[in-house]
Design a protein around this ligand. Structure first.
Ligand SMILES: [Zn+2]
Length: 130
């Protein structure tokens, strides 16, 4: 059964089942992920466990300018046009999603809610003054 990739950006909703097919990029599984969440207007609290770096998330090509943000996009286009196997597209280093569809006011409210981040019962570190 093919896995359907779904864009992680709020209000986007593109999936790999959409036509025409979209390109999906992996959301980085590093501390860089926080920047992607911030760029997409997501708060870590919205996501809870999904912020876990173990979770695989996808971001669709609607949020990038592929001509500028991706290596080998020209090669990719030529391969696609010729029907040959296209190389895996890779975002250039440091690129984060930066194109977002207009957010309607009602959607905005949805993300303005104050959700308290879930806190775990971790022991409080005592700071020792220098
Ligand atoms: Zn998207």
């Amino acid at each position: 059964m093919p896995v359907i990739q779904k864009c992680f950006v709020p209000n986007c909703g593109f999936t790999s089942a959409d036509m025409p097919p979209r390109i999906f990029f992996n959301v980085p599984r590093s501390e860089f992920r926080h920047q992607w969440f911030a760029a997409a207007g997501k708060k870590p609290a919205d996501e809870g466990k999904r912020l876990s770096l173990k979770t695989i998330l996808y971001c669709c090509d609607a949020h990038f300018d592929l001509h500028y943000d991706v290596d080998d996009y020209e090669v990719f286009k030529i391969c696609k046009a010729q029907g040959s196997e296209a190389p895996q597209l890779r975002l250039k280093k440091g690129v984060i999603p930066h194109i977002f569809p207009t957010v309607t006011p009602s959607d905005e409210n949805l993300f303005e809610e104050n959700i308290e981040p879930e806190r775990e019962n971790t022991p409080v570190a005592v700071k020792v003054p220098l």
